[in-house]
Design a protein around this ligand. Structure first.
Ligand SMILES: Nc1nc2c(ncn2[C@@H]2O[C@H](COP(=O)(O)OP(=O)(O)OP(=O)(O)O)[C@@H](O)[C@H]2O)c(=O)[nH]1
Ligand SMILES: [Mg+2]
Length: 189
């Protein structure tokens, strides 16, 4: 199944690095700040099910925000990244990115807040603070390091698992509709 994901968050939090680490299994030193957006693919398997990720890496710089919006506003899965060692990037998740998704994003979008750079010795945002905020806005919370790769596969496995569950749900709904039609047809006259 195809899973479309958009990655958002302030410039420098490590969106491109995180995706490079996931896609290639290696940390890419010396990334260049993203302008416009970049597309990446990666296929994984969960319990025998093939998950084909189609991922949009957006640009965090403020001057590109209008363009980034085109990618995440229709995405069914969104990863909102901040830097655990830079408080302001978390404040912007709270003040800007989550509101933006709630106001203009897909109403059924699954949101994953991701605290990146957990390899940094001095954190400014604790796991507890971020987890409790994520819960308050109905989002999942994950932590990772694009540099050491810690937590990176787990994040995407969870997105894959959630997408499989929602497919089961929508499949069940479709089945219910079919049943309803049969009942209606059978019960008539
Ligand atoms: N220590 C550490 N540094 C990281 C990590 N992830 C990214 N970086 C560094 O942070 C800087 C910014 O990373 P990018 O991936 O380019 O950031 P971005 O979010 O894509 O930024 P924009 O494209 O401008 O929106 C780079 O110098 C990376 O090497 C991490 O997990 N740990
Ligand atoms: Mg980038």
């Amino acid at each position: 199944m195809d899973v479309k994901v958009a990655v958002i968050g302030e410039t420098g939090v490590g969106k491109t690095s995180l995706l490079q680490s996931f896609v290639t299994g290696k940390f890419a030193f010396g990334t260049i700040s993203t302008s416009s957006a970049a597309f990446m693919r990666k296929t994984i398997e969960i319990n025998g099910q093939i998950i084909k990720f189609q991922i949009w890496d957006t640009a965090g710089q403020e001057r590109f925000r209008a363009m980034s919006a085109m990618y995440y506003r229709s995405a069914p899965f969104i990863i909102a990244v901040f830097d655990v060692a830079k408080k302001q990037t978390f404040v912007e998740i709270q003040n800007y990115w989550i509101n933006e998704i709630k106001q203009h994003g897909d109403k059924n979008a699954a949101v994953f807040i991701c605290g990146n750079k957990i390899d940094q010795p001095q954190r400014e945002i604790t796991t507890e603070e971020a987890t409790s905020y994520a819960q308050s806005v109905n989002a999942h919370y994950f932590e990772c390091s694009a540099k050491t790769l810690a937590g990176v596969p787990q994040l995407f496995k969870e997105i894959g698992a959630v997408s499989l569950k929602s497919e089961v749900k929508s499949g069940e709904k479709a089945l219910l509709k079919v049943k309803e039609v049969h009942v209606k047809q059978g019960g008539c006259c």
